[in-house]
Structure formats: C-alpha cells, structure tokens
Design a protein. Sequence first.
Length: 305
Amino acid sequence: MMNGKMLAMLLGFAIVTGATFNLAKYAVHYFSAASAAGWRFGIAAIVMLFILLLQRKLKWTVIRKYAAIYTLLGLIGIFGFNALFFFGMQHTSPLNGALIMATNPLVTTILAYFLLKTPITKRQTAGIIFALIGVILVLTHGSWGVIRTLSISKGDMLILLGNVCWALYGVLGRKYLKTSSSMETTTYTMIVGAACLVLLALFSPSTQPLADVTISAWGAILFMAIFTSVLGYLWWNRAMEMIGAAKTSIFFNLVPVVTMILSIITGTQVSIVQVLGTTMVILGVLTSSGFLKFQLVMKSTSKNA
C-alpha cells in the first residue's frame, strides 16, 4: 500500500529528475560538459560515501569481491552515461533529453532480454513500439525527410547513447552483483565514475574561469548533486523496496512532463511534435508496465459492483 510519505518521495524524485535536464542545460553555459559532470558526481560521491560510513556499512570483503565489476559499472553507468549526457545537453533541448531518457525502462527491458534471457511479453512489445514512435517523432521533428536520411542531431544521439549506458548499468548490476546492496553499488560505482569525470574535466577547460561562474550556476550543480544524485536515488531505491519495481517505474513517466512544464515557465518554446512524442512515450511505458491494463480492470470491477 502506498502511503502519503511514499507518494511524496516518488513525486519528489520526478520533480528533481525532471528539473535536472533544465539545470544541466543551464550549467553547460558556464562549465564544460566534463566539468559540470565532474563537479556534480564528485560532490555526490563524497556525500554517498559519508552516508555509508555513518551507517557503518563499509565492508572490505564486498569491495574486494566486486572491485572489477564496480569499476566496469562506474565506467559505463556513471562516467559513460554522464559524459554523454552533459555533452548531449550542450546540443539539444531539455525536453528532448528528458523524453529520450524516459524510454530507459524499455531499453532496459530489451537489454535484459539479450543479457539476462528475461522474456518480453506482448504487452511490453506494444509499449516499446509506442515509445519508439514517440522518440522518432521528437528526434526527427516529425519530418519524413529527416527519417529518410537518418540525420538525427548530435545532441539527441549522445543522449540516446547515454541512455543505453544507463540501461546497461542496471542490467549488468542485476546480473553480477548478487550480494552487493544498492547503497554499496551506487556509492562505489559513483566514486569510480566521479574520479574518471574529474580526470576528463582536467583536459576540458570550462567555458569561463571558475571565479567568474555565477552563484546560480553553482546552485544548479549543487542541486543536481544533492537532490538528483543522492536524495533522488535514495527515494527511488526506498520505493523499489517498499512497493516494487512495476509501481515505482510508473512515476518515471512524470519526468518529461516536469521538464516540459519548467521549459514553458522559463520561456523555452515547446512544439506540438514534442508534446505528441512525449504523450506517445508515456503511453508506451504505461502500456509496458501494465498500468493501463490495471486501470481498465479496476473500472470494469467498479461498474460490475
């Protein structure tokens, strides 16, 4: 049963994650993509390690056992995903980025089929098709000429590749980290990924000297580090434990909606194609998760009562 506190946490996750796309777009005006990612995850990794130490859950046996896979996942899911994400946000809109990432549950389903041999149901297939149509609409701006020539923008392609990295992170973690807690996995992979992002930042100078970066730009980095990378994860993980993956994943559909609302508030133009694509992606993920079927059954039951 979902109580008010759980609902508040999941809504909080959707809001902070949706805001991340707008904040990332703003941050890369002042930082290089690598610097923005490095600062965000450097701060987040330190906070996560501090929490782990407070909980006295630093287990050296676990670290030694999974050191290789922690490193691999850190390179793919933290370094790879976020480098592609921030470089992509330099060349695409916040809504496009959020919409592409909203398909992550479906990308994960496809990768799980090939890597974990998890079967894909007919309902999931229908959801994948709906979402794919929505993403194609947005990536091509609804233009047949773009579809025919496959001339997708650089930013959208980078976000798309980052989405695959994030899905791989989840699937490989599920396959190889049997006795590592989610807190341990996130903390150690975040440390590896943050170290790589900081190294990359050293060879990628920021748009302007750090002394000239505005307080609001630093605020955007701090918000993404604390609220999205730390609190957002903790809220999401707690919900996964309490109400399960199926019900929790439904709230990811609110992320592009939040991004769209913030884009409109900040004066960013939102096209009809983007609205239609967002609707298709949300419909696809809801169909795949079985939420629409659940709603129809509930309506049918109430009518027969």
